[in-house]
Design a protein around this ligand. Structure first.
Ligand code: IMP
Ligand code: MG
Length: 180
């Protein structure tokens, strides 16, 4: 696994520090409310688990799954809900927790879908943002790190389902995805 990594972008320690800071900001902004955190499977799973434990306030936990890249490193452009929330979110304070915003298609679609269900609040929180790659207008409410236009893996993020369990964020060697 480690051989496919060109360089480490964020160490385990750096991720931990930033997640803690993000949690503090969110707790400050959303104080006194019960939040329904919605994790976007599967990329956000590590970030989600670490963030909610740092939040230190009442949260409800739920998950959704949307169609992702498959084994390609470029988005198909089509977004589909694979696993939907089973609960009614009307009147609830919803915080979507996602790994990374790239083109913005996924979160644009997800937020407009969830907005139509009339939540009291809908905010988005992403660990990574690649603003250079945006093809649709979308700005997350909370961002951990802005990253350049390189393919990153680890801490939940995959390439062809691999590397999710790396403890750090690494830049994948281009020949790994170009050879497939
Ligand atoms: P978007 O719809 O183009 O914004 O894509 C968002 C999704 O693409 C994320 O939730 C990730 O699953 C995936 N993605 C985008 N960039 C990367 C990357 O550098 N590494 C791993 N997954 C990525
Ligand atoms: Mg994702």
């Amino acid at each position: 696994m480690h051989n496919d990594i060109l360089r480490v972008l964020y160490t385990e320690e750096q991720l931990k520090t930033r997640v803690k800071e993000m949690a503090e900001q969110i707790r400050h902004d959303l104080k006194g409310q019960v939040i329904l955190t919605v994790g976007v499977l599967r990329g956000a799973v590590m970030f989600y688990a670490d963030l909610v434990r740092e939040l230190d306030m009442p949260v409800h936990m739920n998950f959704m799954s949307v169609s992702s890249y498959g084994s390609s490193s470029v988005s198909s452009g089509a977004v589909r809900i694979q696993y939907d929330l089973e609960e009614d979110i009307s009147g609830k304070n919803v915080l979507i927790i996602e790994d990374i915003v790239d083109s913005g298609l996924t979160l644009k679609y997800l937020t407009s879908t969830l907005k139509s269900r009339n939540p009291a609040m809908l905010k988005t929180c992403c660990l990574f943002d690649k603003p250079e790659r945006r093809t649709v207008d979308f700005t997350p409410d909370y961002v951990g790190f802005e990253v350049p236009d390189v393919f990153i893996v680890g801490y939940g993020l995959d390439y062809a389902e691999k590397y999710r369990n790396l403890k750090y964020i690494g830049e994948l060697k281009p020949d790994v995805y170009k050879s497939q």
